[in-house]
Design a binder for this molecule. Structure first.
Ligand code: LLP
Length: 458
């Protein structure tokens, strides 16, 4: 479900040829389709309409301001995990009261900034964090709301790096501790503990996993409210994790998730429970592609390497998670026009190649032994479903500047982030600042200057 399509051998991004986009924007280049972003958001909102949810787009998936602004205009709040993301949300015109703030390691400064902004809810991950937020709020004379992130111990059956709802991850508190948490902090005057937050992993293609975790969370809500003898939980945040189509029809669609989740919550939502969703990838992944240019084709042993101008610095998912991304030339002959996106393509004349980047690591690849139509220097390749966790995880390794980002909207192409320059790379290093002059005197070594053994090791 996206607006990137082949027509007569050429890839189109909405109403523009990918080749024209690359010529105007340069490569490597992330291309987002505004229509796809809006379509994904609207489908989700429609599917869950019976719950009137607050849909907090997960900025970490793709935080470009133009992307956030597009979704904010449709009514989205935001899911944040850092002061930087709060800054983005505000610049995108999002009311902080419509934002949830998660993350296991919020700093004091970030907490203060979120309090000042009037954040909707802190999604709290530990006792120590709750106490810290409460203490900071008290000192500032501020009041805030919190949802406890509960770890429902459900296996989402996804990559182990992105599994978060199992007991043995660093996220949230387990169900048993959650009741005690409400007993202990339920009457805190500065930070009102009034919500439950779940996020079991990403991507989660098993709809049943949501049914299990929501059911467990509702059991917890009932137990807490029975003990306290009143309504306590006003907000239930289901987190993110809905899938994306890395391969054609790989993922359930919004209505598949909603069909199972909405009936569990409809009565409570009618009764005033605020449901929150935190979708990232399901909105942004298929709304973006990465365009890279082939620099060289090289044979080595039995292998053919297609070396591109973007690599693990531009898109980390293949090397970090072994993630599959469909890759195809932007211009092909008729017989090579893909009708679907899949690992194995059953077309004549394909050749197995490794698609790699310029980075000095063997782990720098987009695909290994992938069957592609023959390509040559100068050809343009599209790496599909890279709108989520593509640019947001890009990095400067090998002193590579970050790539440009553009948005297509019908036949209009807008640059929404310029490519970085060498000056952007080195700017923060330009004015070294002396922080300590003469070294610290070592403990117990009166008169010893500079690096005595004890000062180095302490
Ligand atoms: N809410 C919370 C608390 C999260 O931790 C995440 C993602 C989301 C929402 C959004 O999940 P989504 O709807 O996008 O699946 N870099 C990895 C994904 C890491 C996800 C981290 N948390 C990847 O490239 O697959």
């Amino acid at each position: 479900m996206d607006h990137f399509r082949y027509h007569e051998g050429e890839l189109w991004c909405d109403e523009l040829r990918a080749s024209e986009v690359a010529e105007r924007a340069g490569t490597p280049c992330y291309v987002y389709s505004r229509a796809t972003l809006v379509d994904h958001y609207d489908r989700l909102a429609a599917a869950f309409a019976d719950l009137s949810p607050l849909i907090c787009y997960s900025i970490k998936s793709c935080g470009n301001l133009a992307v956030c602004r597009t979704l904010a205009e449709r009514g989205a709040g935001m899911d944040l995990v850092s002061g930087g993301e709060l800054h983005r949300a505000r610049l995108a015109g999002v009311d902080p009261a419509r934002c949830v703030y998660a993350g296991v390691g919020k700093t004091d400064r970030e907490i203060r900034e979120a309090l000042d902004a009037g954040i909707g809810w802190f999604n709290v991950e530990s006792e120590a964090e709750f106490e810290n937020i409460s203490a900071i709020a008290s000192v500032h004379g501020a009041r805030c709301r919190a949802a406890l992130r509960v770890n429902p111990d459900v296996d989402p059956r996804t990559h182990r790096y992105t599994t978060t709802g199992k007991k043995e991850t660093k996220f949230g508190v387990d169900l048993e501790r959650a009741e005690a948490f409400f007993d202990r902090y339920g009457d805190d005057p500065a930070c009102r503990l009034c919500g439950i937050h779940l996020h079991i992993g990403s991507p989660v293609y098993r709809v049943e996993a949501y049914v299990e975790s929501v059911t467990r969370a509702l059991g917890l809500v009932d137990r807490i409210e029975r003990v306290r003898g009143r309504r306590v939980v006003e907000m239930l945040d289901l987190g993110g994790g809905f899938g994306a189509d890395y391969e054609t029809e790989q993922s359930p669609v919004a209505s598949d998730y909603a069909d199972r989740i909405v009936p569990l919550l409809a009565d409570r939502a009618r009764d005033g429970l605020q449901v929150v969703l935190e979708p990232g990838r399901t909105i942004s992944a298929n709304a973006g592609i990465l365009l890279v240019r082939v620099l060289y084709v090289k044979r080595s042993g039995d292998k053919t390497f297609v070396i591109c101008d973007g690599g693990m610095n531009t898109l980390m998912r293949p090397c970090h998670y072994d993630a599959f991304h469909f890759i195809w030339p932007a211009a092909v002959s008729g017989e090579h026009e893909p009708t679907r996106r899949a690992r194995e393509m059953d077309l004549p004349g394909l050749v197995p190649v490794d698609v790699v980047g310029p980075i000095c690591e063997t782990g720098d690849f987009f695909a290994i032994d992938r069957a592609l139509p023959p390509v040559k220097r100068g050809d343009l390749l599209a790496v599909f479903a890279t709108g989520a966790y593509g640019m947001s995880m890009a990095n400067h390794y090998n002193s590579q500047p970050l790539p440009t980002e553009v948005m297509v909207d019908g036949d209009r192409l807008t640059r929404i982030r310029r490519a970085e320059t060498y000056d952007d790379l080195t700017g923060p290093e330009r004015n070294p600042e002396v922080l300590v002059e003469g070294g610290t005197k070592a403990h117990g070594h009166e008169g010893t200057k500079g690096r005595s053994e004890s000062s180095v090791s302490s």
